[in-house]
Ligand binder design. Structure first.
Ligand code: AGP
Length: 617
């Protein structure tokens, strides 16, 4: 979690850091802070920790004290998602050493920080925070006091620190230099016209430069306005790996919507068409060469194991059906945080697909790595170019949804669903399990999805009106069967994370095995009741709920009067075949959760207790 930024050589260091932090806020917003080397060779530091407004308070403070007054010197900034220590100003980054000669920002977790802190304290260091990060400042201080240059001190840290880190450090004796290091946590560096930069992700940098490079594991960077140098853990100079990105700066901003979430909901037709663009033809032909896994290896796949967390896990559950239905090979789905701690026995010829919007979710990353250590082929499906998982997987498929800033996943989830369908069709092609006519029918339907999503979102107002009627309800049950179940799970997750309302999702047939005891007058049941061969069974389950006093809302097909007559409210969506139905079915449920959350006055982009990128276990 957390976002870090660094800039040197800018005309206005304060403004540049604040701009970058605003773009990184989705990574955490418990506190925000910056440190800049002043021309007088002292470290200026300011931090704020205000619920829902750390960056705003920081910017306010800076505008009074320092706006526009600092230029060309090196500055670092941090936006925090608290792990070690409460979200307070004293725990806010940057952290300094005993003499405030240096300041450091960090994303990740230093696993051996307790032991290191004890040792440092026994040697006379004074700590002022509860964070794991502060040990970095004091360790660097010791190394420099022992005669090392700042760069060599940072290189030495690589052998002392255990865990995950992306860190940036400034020292009062090197007013124009930022030192950075990373292991596991992401860090991008770049430069443009006499300005050197670093950030946790490309979205925070692309309005300043597209000359971007990835700092590798256990590498150290020395960034100056005119140049940067990268070294390995032995101090040998290295060439950093360039990163190519196609995102526009505007794509990372709100674009006229009141919040990122509504912007991203309405970007879904584009996200979808970009994701399938050039990958699929109406004939059923698929083009996934970017995968860089040879067809012969893919054709030999005998089973697929999909692994993910949260909304990505729900996409995996839907993707499994497409793989089984079209490629006719067994497909299983596992929750990453569980899978990584099982004694996994993954058979040879399994394709392990790790799905992650961010590409950085620790649980998914480690599950994927563990699978890889068993010799199976791994594929990362992610939205973030150059993210952690893409660097370890055998193959990568990018959802091309553009940056997703809202903490609740919307457009990336939809893009994952479509991309997994493309993958399923590719496997079916290689396996020869579908006739040409079947492949073409499936491809035609996937290609029609962007327009259908647009058509569905045109009913936004209808969805909103229904949702407003339930803004005060407290107990929601989301039910679905087969492909309706992942939709139910996703709808319930959206309501929980945004509206802070209890919402349980069950396979509809499972209710009678226990949860039905919970149903009473006042319970709201949201049922995914789009037409499929299981429709009658679902409606029988609906009857069971209504008989016990529940109010029922159905996600139904447009014009399906029979369904409408059997429930209290409908969220009508265009009819579509069952395998493609999750893409359409989830849309009204996103709007439903958004509306209820807004009615309660919640910040939909930054729900409480959550962060966009979950890099802790
Ligand atoms: C989705 O709305 C949530 N914010 C969350 O469940 C998320 O899907 C999960 O943390 C996985 O993230 P990832 O896709 O980046 O791996």
């Amino acid at each position: 979690m957390c976002g870090i930024i660094g800039i040197t050589g800018s005309d206005d260091t304060v403004a540049a850091l604040l701009d970058g932090l605003a773009l990184l806020e989705y990574r955490g917003y418990d506190s925000a802070g910056i440190a800049i080397v002043e021309p007088s060779n002292t470290i200026f530091r300011m931090r704020a920790a205000e619920q829902g407004g750390s960056l705003y308070h920081l910017a306010n403070g800076l505008s009074k004290e320092k706006a526009g007054s600092l230029n060309h010197t090196a500055g670092i900034g941090h936006t925090r998602w608290a792990t070690h220590g409460a979200p307070t100003v004293t725990n806010a980054h940057p952290h300094v050493d005993c003499t405030s000669a240096l300041a450091v920002v960090h994303n990740g977790i230093i696993e051996n920080h307790n032991r290191l802190a004890q040792e440092l304290k026994s040697r006379g260091h004074t700590f002022s925070s509860e964070t794991d990060t502060e040990v970095i400042a004091h360790l660097a201080e010791e190394q420099i006091a022992g005669g090392k240059s700042v760069k060599d001190a940072v290189i030495a840290l690589l052998t002392i620190l255990r865990g995950a880190f992306a860190l940036a450090l400034v020292h009062r004796d090197s007013p124009d230099t930022i030192y950075a290091a990373r292991r596991t946590s992401p860090l991008i560096i770049g430069s443009e016209s006499g300005v050197g930069l670093l950030a946790s992700d490309v979205a925070a940098m692309i309005d300043k430069t597209r000359n971007l490079f990835e700092l590798g594991d256990d590498q150290v960077a020395e960034i100056r306005p005119e140049e940067f140098k990268v070294y390995d853990h032995l101090g040998v100079e290295m060439q950093p790996k360039p990163i190519r990105v196609g995102w526009s700066t505007e794509a990372a901003r709100k674009g006229g919507f009141p919040d990122y979430m509504s912007k991203e909901i309405h970007e879904q037709p584009t996200a979808l068409s970009e994701t399938i663009l050039g990958r699929l033809e109406a004939s059923g032909a698929t083009y996934l060469e970017e995968l860089e896994i040879e067809d012969s290896r893919l054709a030999a796949i005998e089973r697929v194991l999909l692994v993910a967390c949260g909304s990505s896990y729900h996409a995996a559950l839907a993707g499994r059906h497409a793989i089984e239905a079209w490629a006719k090979i067994p497909a299983e789905v596992d929750i990453a945080s569980e899978m990584r701690y099982r004694a996994m026995q993954i058979p040879a010829n399994t394709l392990v697909v790790a799905i992650s919007q961010s590409g950085e979710t620790t649980d998914t990353y480690h599950a994927m790595r563990q699978a890889r250590s068993q010799g199976v082929i791994t594929l990362a499906v992610t939205n973030v170019v150059g993210s952690l998982m893409t660097r370890e997987a055998d193959g990568v498929l990018y959802t091309r949804a553009g940056p997703e800033i809202g903490v609740a996943s919307t457009k990336c989830h939809i893009a994952q669903l479509a991309l997994l369908q493309c993958l399923a069709l590719r496997l079916a092609d290689l396996k020869g399990t579908l006739s040409d006519a079947e492949k073409s029918a499936v491809a035609t339907e996937i290609l029609a999805l962007p327009a259908l999503v647009e058509q569905t979102l045109a009913s936004h107002e209808q969805f909103r009106k229904v949702a407003e009627r339930y803004a005060e309800s407290r107990d929601f049950y989301y039910l679905g069967r087969r492909l309706g179940f992942p939709v139910a799970l996703e709808g319930a997750l959206k309501l929980k994370e945004l509206a802070y309302v209890r919402a349980e999702a069950y396979p509809a047939g499972e209710m009678k095995h226990g949860p039905i005891s919970l149903i009473e007058p006042g319970s709201v049941v949201v049922v995914v009741a789009k037409r499929s061969s299981l429709w009658e069974k679902i409606m029988a389950n609906v009857e069971e709920m209504r008989a016990r006093g529940a109010t029922v809302i159905a996600v139904s097909d447009e014009g399906d009067e029979e369904t409408a007559s059997l429930v209290d409210d409908v969220l009508e969506t265009p009819p579509v075949t069952e395998v493609c139905s999750p893409v359409i079915g989830v849309l009204p449920l996103q709007v439903f959760a958004y509306t209820v959350a807004k009615a309660k006055g919640h910040d939909v982009d930054r729900p409480r207790n959550l962060a966009k990128v979950v890099t802790v276990e």
